[in-house]
Design a protein around this ligand. Structure first.
Ligand SMILES: Cc1ncc(COP(=O)(O)O)c(C=O)c1O
Length: 435
């Protein structure tokens, strides 16, 4: 049997780099050879409880038998596993109808293999629709790895348009086109006055506002009460397209997604991750007249694998499972997540370790800081967080057999059970003693 150490040597020789979702760069010391349910096994045969779930998508866990059987049935009746579709498929129509049924903003839908690509097409589409040039995005929000949306920080000295500036603190990258950061304005999120101010000055130049409706990528921060409603009003007033990036929240927080949960309907929304149960597929859905620019070929979209049947079938099957038994999936997730969050809060309190925990359905974060209030509404609430301790927390938990995503993020799947939670809490108790 090949061990982790041997794989590490081989990886160093032939792999260009590790996945960017791994903390700290370099390669992880473990190489996964199998996944089943909520568990993973590495090349040394060590077992882990997996709360990273491939950075979110695996909402039914690994190799879920119900998902796999339904997928097989779906593909047997429609398409073989490895066919790709150049023409339109029945599968695509059926899936788009599910979106229209569940997602409030979905009048029409378009599919792509990845969400990074989807966001780029949305930028192009909204520019075409409005004949405007810029888009607004927010501090801490993540919309993929392309040049024009990746990181940057607010330029506090900016006197004109609030373009972001490159910073080591926020996903800086070499090789970025220097003009890419001048496509968007970067503002603090959850601050309606600053947004209104920017729109008063530059509203007529802004094609779109894009945001995660719950800031899952930086602290699982919820929107302030009334914030989304006010953003909606401002977008309507200034003729700006409102886009919710529901790549994490989509179908995870509810079948009608965050927009359904908050009762605020954007003009367009992006989806990915959980929607295909772990298979690669992304989508955006929006208003008919805007989406029809694609139909008319006034806006071009390409991509050989955009209609990849395995991904389409994965999404159709996932939505059908989520629809079952009056939301049984969501009830299960809620009770497991509550047990885990309550347990972690109890341990950190008992051990006197300042740990801030908050989340939304299916995902939460643990951060080593006392923010002195119940809810963090902004990434700035985490200033002064003990990042070294956070890194150690994730490393020691992995040593104990529990895998988290970076920045202490936990994703919950329907495969996690009470025994997994209890074992995780025992590990967390031992780790917190060592921190
Ligand atoms: C909110 C959000 N949008 C977009 C993306 C990009 O998705 P992908 O990695 O499929 O390109 C991500 C990925 O983490 C995300 O979290």
């Amino acid at each position: 049997m090949t061990s982790n150490a041997e794989f590490l040597e081989r990886a160093k020789r032939v792999l260009a780099g590790a996945h960017t979702n791994l903390p700290g760069g370099g390669f992880a010391p473990r190489f996964i050879v199998r996944g089943e349910g909520a568990h993973l096994w590495d090349a040394d045969g060590k077992e882990y409880i997996d709360f990273a779930l491939s950075a979110g998508p695996l909402i039914f866990g690994h190799s879920n038998p119900e998902f796999l059987q339904a997928l097989k049935n779906q593909l047997d009746t429609l398409w073989s596993l490895n066919s790709t579709i150049y023409q339109q498929s029945a599968l695509e129509v059926e899936l788009a109808e599910k979106f229209v049924q569940h997602v409030p903003c979905a009048e029409k839908v378009h599919f792509n293999p990845t969400a990074s690509e989807t966001v780029q097409l949305v930028i192009r589409l909204t520019r075409a629709y409005t004949s405007r040039r810029y888009f607004i995005r927010f501090e801490g929000h993540y919309h993929g790895w392309f040049d024009n949306v990746l990181g940057g920080i607010i330029n506090e000295e900016a006197t004109g348009r609030p373009f972001p500036k490159e910073s080591k603190q926020a996903l800086a990258t070499e090789g970025r086109d220097v003009a890419a950061l001048e496509q968007s304005f970067l503002l603090p999120w959850n601050d309606i006055e600053i947004l209104e101010e920017a729109l008063k000055k530059y509203g007529e130049e802004v094609a779109m506002i894009i945001m995660e409706p719950i800031l899952c990528n930086a602290g699982c921060c919820p929107p302030r009460p009334g914030y989304l409603e006010k953003v909606r009003q401002l977008c309507t007033k200034y003729g700006v397209v409102l886009c919710f990036d529901e790549v994490i929240t989509g179908f995870r927080v509810a079948l009608n997604s965050a927009q359904g949960l908050f009762g605020v309907t954007p003009d367009i929304a992006t989806f990915g991750k959980a929607m295909a149960g772990g298979l690669p597929l992304a989508a955006f859905a929006g208003q008919r007249d805007m989406m029809d620019l694609l139909l008319e070929k006034r806006v071009v979209s390409g991509g050989t694998f955009g209609r990849y049947p395995l991904g389409l079938a994965g999404a159709l099957v996932s939505i059908k499972i989520l629809e079952k038994d009056d939301g049984a999936f969501y009830k299960k997730i809620d009770s497991i997540q509550k047990r885990l969050m309550d347990g972690l809060k109890e341990i950190s309190k008992r051990r006197g370790i300042p740990m801030f925990i908050q989340g939304t359905r299916g995902v939460f974060i643990t951060r080593f800081i006392d923010i002195g209030k119940e809810v963090a509404y902004s990434i700035r609430d985490f200033e002064g967080v003990d990042t070294q301790k956070e890194r150690r927390w994730a490393e020691l938990m992995a040593e104990e057999g529990v895998i988290l995503m970076f920045v202490g993020r936990f994703y919950i799947s329907s495969a996690h059970n009470e025994a997994d939670v209890d074992r995780t809490l025992e590990c967390a108790d031992r780790v917190m003693r060592r921190l």
